[in-house]
Design a protein around this ligand. Structure first.
Ligand code: ATP
Ligand code: MG
Length: 398
């Protein structure tokens, strides 16, 4: 067994010593079987949250009503969740109530996909009542039990399915796929933040091209904000090389491919409940990208856009125009050669200007500073106090 699990074995042993059952479950076991990197380790146990908290000293309640306690143990955290079933579902969303149980198999039965319903004991023995290993071998996503029933219980699982297609580059088993097509409309019942969370994982996954195509094929995109009519645009996006792009670049490329104009970006991304910071960033990237597609960078634009975003916009430009990334270096070195990178680096400030011209502050000051800034950036005026002073005086005279 590999390293992250080894460190976690004493956690299981502590639970067992207190006469409870405990197993590794969920994504960590799936990724272990796939020989993929393991991010966080989830443990399922027959102990109730209260019992877990009695056994471990450092714990944080993490959705205790769902039975999850976060345990800090030897500098690592583990999510320990009590075996549970989910009683009837309400509104296709969250379970009405969870019932803690003492049976591992029942706990595995309520999980979404067979590949996620495998448990492993502390010795590495696999408990796999729903043939999850077979699905992993076939690289297939299959619901535990009836796909229809499972998607009706919790529609988020449909987005999770497509997200896993992207993350793992698996395909979706036929019945499961049919149910995606039939029950996609239930996504409207799910909080958009949870959908966005899955969608962003989809965007950055290695198999995003397959996943985006599947999204359109199953028509799930009909239920995503701003994308309902954008099937062709989403497909257009999949013709680009997506694997070098970061999340904000991917959002930008999606909007670009869907021919969503800059003025509509905010309205749509607000519906997705992205943060204002993220919305502002995508808006800036999209408008700079449109600009770049028609023109080369001017010094002024390089200066206003900043190094990090020049790189992003230029990368998008290269992806869209199917060029290699060499122009990124060219423009970054032009940026690096700019005489100043921000206004505070100007060798003159508002106080200087007022003094030199013997005038009180006012709108003129801001305007003159902006002119000086532009002239310096464009290389028409040296960034030296004496030279700027001379220039200002001359301007004032004429
Ligand atoms: P990741 O690698 O992204 O963490 P994961 O499979 O661990 O993937 P989590 O969201 O961390 O996904 O959930 C942990 C486990 O809980 C899943 O493997 C699955 O067994 C179960 N699970 C999560 N969400 C659902 C859901 N909506 N319905 C049923 N089971 C779920
Ligand atoms: Mg996980």
């Amino acid at each position: 067994m590999n390293h992250p699990f080894l460190k976690a074995v004493p956690v299981i042993e502590k639970l067992e010593k207190a006469n409870f059952e405990a197993y590794f479950v969920g994504g960590s076991v799936r990724n272990y079987l796939l020989q993929r990197e393991i991010e966080d380790i989830d443990i399922a146990t027959s102990a109730t949250p209260e019992e877990v908290k009695r056994i471990f000293h450092q714990t944080v309640d993490l959705g205790i009503e769902h039975g999850t306690v976060l345990v800090l143990f030897e500098n690592m955290t583990y999510e320990i969740t009590t075996f549970r079933t989910e009683a009837e579902y309400k509104d296709f969303r969250r379970p009405k109530g969870v019932t803690f149980i003492r049976s591992l198999e029942e706990d595995l039965r309520r999980r979404d996909f067979t590949m996620n319903a495998i448990a492993m004991d502390k010795n590495g023995k696999i408990i796999d009542p729903f043939a999850g290993k077979r699905a992993i071998l076939k690289r297939e996503i299959v619901t535990v039990g009836s796909a229809e029933a499972r998607f009706k219980e919790d529609a988020l699982r449909m987005m999770r399915a497509v997200r896993f297609v992207s993350q793992l580059q698996f395909t979706i088993e036929e019945n499961t796929k049919r149910a995606l097509i039939e029950y996609g409309y239930l996504l409207t019942k799910i909080a958009i933040e949870r959908i966005a969370n899955e969608f962003e994982k989809l965007l950055i996954g290695e198999g995003s091209v397959q996943a985006l195509r599947l999204l359109v094929e199953t028509r799930l995109h009909h239920h995503l904000p701003g994308l309902a009519e954008k099937g062709d645009g989403i497909i257009r996006m999949t013709n680009y090389q997506l694997d070098k792009l970061s999340l904000d670049e991917l959002w930008t490329l999606l909007l670009f491919s869907c021919e969503i104009s800059v003025i509509n970006v905010e309205k749509i991304l607000r519906k997705w409940k992205l943060s204002l910071k993220q919305i502002k960033q995508v808006k800036l990237l999209l408008s700079s990208l449109h600009n770049r597609l028609h023109n080369e960078w001017t010094k002024e634009q390089l200066y206003r856009t900043g190094r990090e975003n020049i790189e992003k916009v230029e990368r998008l430009y290269c992806v869209i125009t199917n060029r290699n990334f060499s122009s990124i270096f060219k423009w970054l070195s032009q940026y690096d050669r700019l005489p100043i990178k921000e206004r505070s680096e100007l060798d003159a400030n508002g106080k200087d200007l007022m003094e030199w011209l013997n005038q009180k502050g006012g709108p003129w000051l801001k305007q003159l500073l902006a002119e000086i800034e532009t002239s310096v950036v464009e290389g028409n005026l040296a960034n030296r106090k004496e030279v700027i002073k001379e220039w200002v005086r001359k301007c004032n005279r004429s």
